[in-house]
Ligand binder design. Structure first.
Ligand code: DGY
Length: 326
């Protein structure tokens, strides 16, 4: 019996790749950069399964290029805004993602960004490397305090809740806006009735929503104008949630204190982005989940989703369980 054919769009960690290879006849894209659109369309032809990254747009065209044998798309990410899930469901293709295993690493990183932006860590390091450090200064490079400050979480799923736990340890008050999350009193976080109420009260605002048509460019000039004048914005969710031009204006005119972005739109952020000219904007290249253990765990889960789909079993983490109905 020949093994099922799969295309893996980048070399994931060995722990996952070994599992894929044990069960499948796998072609793994060898480049550090993703396959181009044309290359993706060619490589998926005739496959039974696709293991993709968040950098691959998997839409109806890709699903059709694969052909009727395609049973499963497994993404090496928790976010799946790059996949047309409706198109997959219509073709009865199961789609899997990797929730849970990256929660703590991403929450750690959101908190690291929050602290770095508030205490001006990257700006201070640039200052030192530029040879500007002449002496200890009574009022140099002053930042913001965490103890007693209010952290507002937009979205309160797994990662938002993990950030809330960290904030409690720093003596912060935590509020959140997430109409769909039932209140859990054990979490030491208070729900607020509206986004406006959250923005009016928060010294720090951290975004933890998926990118959907409803959340696209949610952080716009109006949103930013409702933040406290000394507030810090952190985005570890998706770049598309934010209007970068509006953020530039707000930061440039010191309408908020600082922003820290792990994600941008587009990715990579072009080097001529005006955001890169600002001292009060910290930007890193989408590394929220980039720890050794977390990426190993994501690789294993992505592989398990793929293999389950190929065996005709329910995926351990399936985004579109409707494919199993009927
Ligand atoms: C995800 O899994 O969606 C993350 O953005 C990867 O870091």
């Amino acid at each position: 019996m020949p093994k099922p054919k799969v295309f893996v769009t980048r070399a994931i960690r060995d722990k996952g790749l070994d599992l894929v290879r044990e069960f499948c006849d796998a072609e793994v894209w060898p480049g550090d950069l993703p396959p181009t659109r044309q290359e993706l369309l060619e490589k998926v032809r005739g496959v039974d399964g696709l293991l993709c990254m968040l950098t691959d747009r998997v839409d109806a065209e890709v699903l059709d290029a694969a052909g009727p044998g395609l049973k499963v798309v497994s993404t090496y990410a928790v976010g799946f805004d790059n996949i047309d899930v409706d198109a997959a469901t219509a073709r009865r293709i199961a789609v899997g993602n990797t929730p849970g295993v990256l929660t703590e690493a991403t929450a750690d990183f959101a908190f690291a960004l929050l602290m770095a932006a508030a205490r001006r860590v990257t700006e201070a390091e640039r200052y030192l490397r530029a040879g500007k450090w002449q002496t200890w200064q009574p009022s140099g490079l002053l930042g913001l305090d965490f103890f007693g400050a209010t952290l507002g979480l937009v979205g309160f799923g797994r990662i938002g809740q993990a950030v809330a736990r960290r904030a409690s340890g720093f003596g912060m008050r935590v509020i959140y806006f997430s109409p769909t999350t039932p209140h859990n009193p054990s979490l030491n976080a208070t729900p607020v009735e509206s986004l406006d109420a959250l923005l009016a009260q928060s010294d720090f605002v951290s975004l933890h929503t998926p990118l959907t048509p409803q959340t696209r460019r949610m952080v716009n000039a109006d949103f930013l104008s409702k933040m406290k004048p000394n507030a810090v914005l952190v985005n570890t969710a998706r770049g598309g949630v934010l209007d970068q031009d509006a953020l530039y204006d707000a930061l440039k005119n010191n309408r908020i204190f600082a922003a820290a972005l792990d994600v941008t739109d587009p990715e990579p952020l072009p080097l001529d982005s005006p955001l890169l000219t600002l001292e009060n904007c910290l930007i890193v290249p989408h590394i929220g989940s980039a720890s050794h253990k977390t990426r190993d765990d994501m690789a294993v889960l992505a592989a398990e989703n793929l293999v389950a789909g190929l065996k005709g079993e329910q995926l351990p983490h399936c985004i579109n369980p409707q494919v199993y109905a009927g």
